[in-house]
Write a protein that binds this ligand. Structure first.
Ligand SMILES: [Zn+2]
Length: 338
């Protein structure tokens, strides 16, 4: 009799552990093949999704999908949806009234600048900012002060604390332990990370002018830079978002359109703290999390400490980048959900 109960208890515990692992987030896709750009419409009533990638892992098919209303992404199996493959122009037209496609179009309109093309601020009505921290290749360890300070400062008002991390492929390779630390912070519901693609190699020349530097360096393979980073994210159990940050914030018009052709939204910054730019309400703040720019991190910590009272009254918050961009483009008069 006792044994029966113990067995039952074990079964329940086993099921619970599977469920909690599932809810902890992203699986690791360790054997990805045929990773490719693929566009289409996927629907599972009542939600429409835009398909942006297709791949196989251990013989199973998967899509990377975007919710065009909320800019949230997910990996899922095609069999769960009714699917219609479409050309990029067709699917962009289909979802043209959605915040996602509107944000892509805005980024394309702001594509001429050499630095800071794309979306560079969220809703000006927000009192607070969206925090983005870049993880460019670096031999220094992750600047953990960023995370411990926001968790501490926002403990009573926002949990998990939202922030976006722009991650390069090389950084993921260099810093497996730091990556595990971040994933644990996320699994413990301390922080909620939006993962931004920051290119794979993040090449930079110390001598060339900006117009020929970073991803504009001769010999750059943009397909590799975008898709290999996504594959590395999936391998490491990170969920790619629809955002892309140019290394050095440097691009030209042609490059912006190449990125939007991947279904990605270039995200700039109107407040690169280490460069002395002051954040405004709704700013997309840029600091470096890779240990290379401690000045910017100091300024950020000073900034949030100066807001302690407003934070406690929920008058100054950190915003989820997806929500900030989404809210800016939400048009209440649109009757369709596309
Ligand atoms: Zn960078």
């Amino acid at each position: 009799m006792k044994l029966k109960y113990i067995l039952k208890l074990f079964t329940i515990l086993f099921i619970l552990s599977i469920l909690s692992n599932k809810s902890k987030g992203q699986a690791n896709y360790l054997k990805i093949t045929n990773y490719k750009v693929y566009y289409g419409w996927a629907t599972h009533y009542p939600q429409d999704w835009m398909i942006i990638r297709q791949f196989e892992n251990e013989g199973k098919n998967y899509f990377l999908l975007v919710n065009p209303q909320t800019l949230e992404t997910r990996i899922d199996e095609p069999s769960f949806y009714k699917v219609k493959p479409m050309a990029l122009t067709e699917v962009r037209d289909f979802f043209k009234n959605s915040p996602y496609i509107k944000a892509i179009k805005k980024a394309e309109r702001h594509s001429v600048n050499t630095q800071d093309a794309g979306i560079e601020n969220g809703m000006p009505k927000q009192t607070g900012i969206s925090l983005t921290a870049d993880l460019c290749p670096s031999h220094r360890p992750l600047d953990k002060r960023i995370f411990t300070s926001i968790v501490q400062e926002f403990e009573q008002v926002e949990k998990p604390v939202p922030l976006a991390l722009s991650v390069s492929g090389v950084w993921m390779k260099q810093h497996p332990d730091d990556l595990e630390w971040l994933k644990k912070m996320q699994a413990d519901h301390q922080i909620n990370i939006t993962w931004i693609n920051h290119s794979y190699n993040h090449r930079v020349s110390p001598t060339l002018p900006l117009k020929k530097n970073f991803l504009l360096l001769p010999g750059t393979d943009i397909n590799f830079e975008v898709l290999e980073t996504e594959k590395a994210m999936l391998k490491n159990g990170l969920l790619p978002s629809v955002f892309f940050r140019f290394p050095g914030l440097v691009s030209d018009q042609q490059l912006v359109f190449k990125i939007t052709d991947f279904g990605l939204i270039p995200v700039g910054s109107d407040a690169w703290l280490a460069k002395g730019q002051k954040p405004q309400a709704g700013s997309i703040v840029l600091i470096h999390g890779n240990g290379n720019e401690p000045v910017g991190v100091n300024d950020f910590i000073k900034l949030i400490h100066s807001k302690t009272k407003a934070i406690a009254k929920k008058e100054w918050l950190l915003y989820d980048l997806r929500e900030s961009v989404d809210k800016e483009f939400e048009n209440k008069s649109d009757s369709t959900n596309r």
